[in-house]
Design a protein. Structure first.
Length: 127
């Protein structure tokens, strides 16, 4: 796997987490993902319990690439800063493709229900 690490290092070696005010981040025009109130409530609860553990991806103009719902939830609960990573190496068309891929890939997976039940039982099932 060293070849992959070598190739990827060019794109990601300059990634840096920067804390920004969520209100300063701009929604991506034409973002195809829709978030309902229930989902946002779950994200708000997760942010309160675990903190903001997954940085928002933004472009060089502070437009959100991935993390619209997390930013909306952070604003709702009054978070002053959120972690961001600026993605500067992708073209506009690559960003469009990434937005869809980022959202769609998780939808294509499934749960191992037996292992999920064991995990939920061991943590006391978070609502």
């Amino acid at each position: 796997m060293p070849a992959l690490r070598c190739c990827m290092s060019n794109a990601i070696s300059n990634y840096k987490i920067t804390m920004l005010r969520p209100g300063d981040l701009k929604s991506r025009p034409g973002n195809p993902r829709v978030h309902n109130r229930k989902q946002l409530g779950v994200i708000e609860a997760s942010l309160r319990k675990f903190g903001f553990t997954n940085p928002v991806l933004i472009d060089t103009r502070d437009v959100i690439i991935a993390g619209h719902a997390r930013v909306e939830a952070a604003l709702k609960i009054g978070m002053e800063l959120v972690p961001t990573i600026c993605i500067a190496h992708l073209s506009p068309s690559e960003l469009d493709a990434y937005v869809i891929a980022d959202n769609r890939t998780a939808e294509l997976s499934s749960w191992d229900k037996d292992l999920l039940a064991i995990s939920l039982a061991s943590i006391g099932a978070i609502d």
